[in-house]
Design a protein. Structure first.
Lengths: 140, 655
């Protein structure tokens, strides 16, 4: 993993910067680099792809990655959308297969509930802080 | 030899930091008062020695001295000179050396020029700065010595990741580091003020230029990093909510809040405790950012656990510095009074509201960045990305933007909303029009719609503070505020348009064939081999035309193969018009001789970074204004002293 360390923003780039040998094995899946003809369906697929994580790289969605597996996943997403499947069903299928890691949209589970609790806590804290401040401050 | 010189300078600098800490702390007591005189000179020399060490590192990189391990690991004799030099800080050890160098020099500058604070507060500040530096010196010397030799000497170096062989990125990390370290000065001032119980306008005025400077660099660093990711990664994205990006965003959010609160403290003597707290938080975020990026924990919690030395070291520094500062804050918070009071509807009230909103966004980003690490430690891998950060951030960003439009129009201390209502009619109408326009277009998601509408309203509202002023005599800091706020509107407009109107086209085309993306016609004219200093490439020649009657222009995207180390990158080609950017990437060759092209038409996307630059420019104007008025005050004081002296002289001669 040494290639991930050397510089500041490198984490953004490991997938576009995989060694040449691996790079040449670009995905040959049918829809890896081909859009759907139906613009509305393509847009739907694109939106879903942007929220799915490339399994090979560090921090890129499958919509932004040259890794072979990302290409295969793009193809899979496009084919299923073309077949009329709903995006959330495809996401659920992928999560079942690859785990929560694959989805950039965290699901509400026993493990991830704090992620959804924290905004509420912050709203509460903010309200409390502001109220305290202004009540004391407004006294005069 | 150069390497040893650098190492010696580094050790000496560390020793002086120790001396600076001891002398500064002892000088605060009655018995050690005689040590007070040496603290400032020691701070200056420490900064100079750190600079010597850093220059030595640049020198060994410049002549590719492969007997130095760091050079052998990260450089290559065939690299262009500019990237050899930039390579000095494009790695862990070098970047940490850059960190202590900037920190040492900043301490030296503070010691040289800052004379406004009472001397005890100054001593405590410099001791605090030395304390933080000392931790980083120890980290360098014990866990990441940049000057370590290698035996036997290898024939050739490993090279630098090609993605990093880019001018933008060569100067991106130093820019961010200048920001991080500027916040360390703010932190030290906060510590100094807490220790000596001197939290007041004088402290805020001393701290303000450093916060402003740090904030300008952070703004530029984030803007440059985002643009780099946009054109270098070749997929047209400009912000990924990647932990490394978040690591630079968090200090910026805290610094933005600090910047506003320190201004209130300087001019209104309000928000004392809050400013000190933000000073501590801002630097803590810098350290957390450094920890995240430098410890390897982002790659995987397990990678961190396997080689935990560096990570643990930074974590310990983090705990000592942040824990210590917070403890000090808790001990002293009771003695720091709130300062002047104000009503909710007032300039201060709006500032406090937005400070709280910024802190909440910071909380979201921090939590969303760290939670996957926590989850992984508990044995489950989860990802938190744009679908989480965008709506959760917007929850606080939208009210913040509304208040941002109104706040600068309010008076200090106490105001009535009805006084400014008439001014806000046009911005409110613009927001309404924006929403209606986007809904009428159809198919635009909620956040881009809101962003677009708010950007229009904020753009108008942000220049209203200039209304009724004589523009020539408007103080620079006011101009700074207006320009920076307008920059936020510009950037927001760019983000919303990019998100709402981008058109993507992935095609495979035969030589001589044409395709279209948005209003553009794109024809593949040729694909030819090219050679650079340490790469070869295939370069496509695309002939592009805007609309039916536009001029034919040429775009040359490349697919590059570097050989040291062997890697492929795509060099995107961009064509900028006033209303957007055409973005082209050359992919691979298909079996039937056709070439893969990725094309995007991104309306108004350059506004994102133009806005970022405007925000930074606003900071520069404010900084100039503040420094100029400080200088004027100093000159005036000297003039008065001189005149008094003359008068005394004349009077005594008359007698």
């Amino acid at each position: 993993m040494k290639r991930l360390l050397p510089a500041f923003l490198l984490m953004l780039g490991p997938c576009t910067a995989t060694p040449a040998l691996a790079q040449q094995e670009k995905s040959t899946a049918a829809f890896a680099y081909r859009q759907l003809d139906d613009a509305a369906k393509e847009q739907e697929a694109r939106a879903l792809m942007e929220t799915l994580r490339c399994l090979q790289c560090q921090g890129q969605s499958i919509a932004d990655s040259d890794a072979p597996i990302a290409g295969s996943m793009r193809s899979l997403v496009r084919e299923r959308i073309a077949a009329g499947e709903k995006p959330e069903a495809i996401r659920a299928w992928l999560i079942e297969r690859y785990g929560d890691y694959v989805s950039y949209a965290p699901q509400f589970t026993r493990l991830t509930w704090p992620l959804f609790a924290i905004p509420l806590v912050l709203v509460g804290l903010a309200a409390l802080l502001l109220r305290g401040r202004f009540r004391r401050g407004g006294g005069r | 030899m150069t390497a040893e010189l650098g190492l010696a300078a580094l050790w000496l600098a560390a020793a002086l930091a120790g001396l600076q800490l001891l002398a500064g702390a002892l000088a605060l007591t009655d018995r050690g008062a005689m040590l007070a005189g040496i603290v400032r000179p020691v701070a200056v020399v420490q900064g100079v020695l750190a600079l010597v060490a850093f220059l030595a590192l640049i020198a060994v990189f410049a002549d590719t001295d492969l007997s130095v391990k760091l050079v052998a690991m990260n450089s290559h004799s065939l690299k262009p000179m500019i990237f050899k030099i930039a390579g000095a800080w494009g790695n862990h050890e070098g970047s940490m050396l850059l960190w202590v160098t900037v920190m040492g020099m900043a301490g030296g500058v503070v010691a040289l020029i800052e004379r406004r604070l009472p001397e005890p507060a100054m001593l405590a500040t410099l001791a605090g700065q030395a304390f933080v530096s000392l931790g980083f010196y120890a980290f360098l010397l014990i866990a990441s010595n940049p000057f370590e030799r290698l035996s036997p000497v290898p024939e050739e170096g490993n090279g630098l990741n090609p993605l990093l062989q880019d001018l933008g990125l060569a100067f991106h990390p130093p820019t961010l580091y200048l920001g991080y370290v500027g916040l360390s000065v703010a932190f030290s001032f906060a510590i100094g003020a807490l220790v000596t119980r001197q939290v007041g306008p004088a402290f805020a005025r001393a701290m303000r230029p450093w916060v402003l400077g740090a904030w300008i660099f952070l703004t530029l660093g984030i803007t440059a990093g985002s643009y780099w990711a946009y054109y270098e990664l070749g997929w047209g994205g400009w912000w990924f909510w990647d932990p490394v990006e978040n690591a630079s965003l968090m200090p910026w959010l805290a610094a933005t809040a600090l910047l506003h609160s320190v201004s209130v403290l300087a001019s209104r003597d309000a928000l004392r405790a809050w400013t000190v707290m933000l000073g501590v938080v801002a630097f803590s975020m810098s350290m957390i950012g450094t920890f995240l990026v430098r410890s390897g924990i982002l790659t995987s919690v397990h990678a961190f656990a396997v080689d935990p030395q560096r990570g643990s070291f930074i974590l310990a520094l983090l705990a000592i510095n942040i824990g210590g500062a917070l403890t000090l804050f808790a001990l002293r918070a009771g003695t720091v009074s709130e300062g002047e009071r104000f009503m909710p509807v007032s300039r201060e009230g709006a500032l406090v509201f937005n400070n709280v909103m910024l802190s909440a966004i910071l909380g979201i980003v921090l939590f969303g960045t760290l939670y996957p690490l926590v989850a992984e430690a508990m044995g489950a891998k989860v990802s938190v990305g744009p679908p989480y950060f965008n709506p959760m951030g917007a929850l606080f960003a939208v009210p913040m933007l509304v208040v941002l439009a109104v706040g600068p129009l309010l008076r200090w201390r106490r105001d009535r909303f009805s006084r400014v209502r008439r001014l806000l009619v046009i911005p409110a109408m613009l927001v309404g029009t924006g929403v209606i326009a986007m809904v009428a277009l159809g198919g635009v998601a909620l956040l881009p719609t809101l962003g677009f509408a708010l950007a229009l309203g904020l753009g108008w509202a942000s220049v209203l503070p200039l209304k009724g002023r004589n523009l020539r005599r408007t103080p620079l800091p006011i101009w700074g505020m207006v320009v920076a706020h307008f920059g936020i509107a510009v950037s927001l407009l760019g983000m919303s348009c990019e998100s709402a109107f981008s058109i993507e086209k992935l095609v495979a085309v035969k030589m001589g064939d044409a395709t279209g993306v948005g209003p553009w016609q794109v024809k593949l004219d040729a694909v030819e081999p090219m050679a650079g200093p340490n790469w070869t490439a295939l370069e496509a020649r695309l002939l592009v035309r805007y609309g039916d009657h536009g001029k034919v222009m040429q775009l040359d995207p490349q697919s590059r193969s570097f050989w040291a180390p062997p890697q492929q990158t795509s060099e995107s080609a961009l064509l900028t018009r006033w209303n957007g950017q055409l973005y082209a990437v050359l992919g691979g060759e298909a079996d039937d001789g056709r070439w893969q092209l990725r094309l995007w038409w991104k309306p108004f996307v350059p506004l994102i970074w133009l806005g970022g630059l405007l925000i930074a420019l606003g900071g520069v104007l404010a900084l100039f204004g503040r420094v100029a008025s400080d200088l004027r005050r100093i000159f005036a004081r000297e003039k008065i002293a001189y005149r008094r002296g003359r008068i005394a002289q004349l009077e005594s001669s008359r007698e």
